[in-house]
Design a protein around this ligand. Structure first.
Ligand SMILES: [Zn+2]
Length: 307
């Protein structure tokens, strides 16, 4: 009997630890990756309302904060801002959009209201301007409810660049770099050379199937090679856990394999589900984003009439 009580106590303790572990994980907020540099990678469940598990981050300089990406909605941006305020009360000075996709840029309005100057590539500002409002109206098609999107507005970057831009954030120097058309036409990198930290946006997906629908494969591989040439130790991907150069190599291999197989299969069939099923047999396992495999096939590899 005593043994039984002990065993029940142990089981209860284990359940409690697991439950606590889960709740701590879900409420983790910002993750410190260096002094004054935080990533926001706590959402593991890739639900639309959770910004499809998109990552973001902040760099805190002596005179203000630079925010990297703003998540999918006003609600998500507000959650991010609330967590930022737990680690710093400094003003939001700059907001960089790594690219124009909804899960990275639709929270812009919340940070613009805080006084942040929005910065993005010239190409993806144009894309946000041309497509943002229509995509926001169709948010339901992406699985986003009216409740989740309430108060969300498209706010365009007020400052753009085509090649390089340096932001001097007091004691922190932040390099914004455009390499080539890649995940989107205007995807950019946010680099802290002194700290060897890179925010890669969706140029890098780690343990998460990438969205390739608008991808320029040749440019994307060029951008990944560019990252491999940087002096960098810590990489925050657009989706997935904190990464390193080995994950960039894996991303290169994934894109090449997907492209080669998808081309072969699309020459034989126009059935996106069939092609996706065949691709799953050879693609490396990634724990999230599998729903993107057939999307990539139909948007990138099938003729328009077959989609
Ligand atoms: Zn994206």
């Amino acid at each position: 009997m005593k043994m039984k009580v002990k065993r029940v106590a142990v089981i209860c303790a284990v359940i409690l630890i697991v439950a606590l572990g889960k709740s701590v994980y879900a409420q983790q907020g910002l993750t410190k990756i260096a002094d004054n540099v935080y990533s926001y990678v706590d959402v593991k469940n890739a639900e639309p309302g959770n910004s499809f598990a998109a990552n973001a981050g902040i760099i805190i300089g002596t005179d203000g904060i630079l925010v990297v990406d703003t998540l999918v909605s006003a609600k998500e941006a507000q959650r991010f801002l609330t967590d930022i305020r737990k680690v710093s009360s400094k003003p939001i000075k700059y907001v960089v959009n790594t690219h124009y996709h909804l899960d990275h840029a639709y929270g812009n309005g919340v940070f613009a209201k805080e006084g942040g100057i929005l910065i993005g590539s010239t190409a993806d500002r144009k894309n946000l301007e041309q497509k943002g409002t229509a995509t926001l109206k169709r948010a339901g098609e992406y699985g986003l409810s009216e409740e989740e999107m309430r108060g969300t507005e498209i706010v365009l970057p007020s400052v753009t660049f085509t090649d390089r831009m340096t932001v001097y954030l007091g004691n922190e120097t932040v390099e914004l770099m455009y390499v080539a058309p890649s995940h989107t036409e205007g995807s950019v990198l946010v680099y802290l050379p002194e700290r060897k930290i890179l925010f890669a946006g969706d140029i890098l997906f780690t343990d998460f199937h990438p969205y390739m629908g608008e991808g320029d494969l040749a440019g994307w591989l060029t951008a990944l090679d560019y990252i491999l040439g940087l002096d960098v130790a810590t990489i925050v991907p657009g989706h997935g856990p904190i990464s390193a150069k080995k994950d960039v190599e894996k991303m290169k291999a994934y894109l090449k394999l997907f492209d080669r197989k998808a081309r072969d299969l699309a020459a034989q069939s126009c059935d996106a589900d069939y092609i996706a099923a065949e691709l799953r047999k050879s693609l490396p396992r990634r724990s999230q984003g599998e729903f993107l495999i057939p999307v990539n096939v139909s948007e990138k590899y099938l003729p328009v009439k077959a989609r």
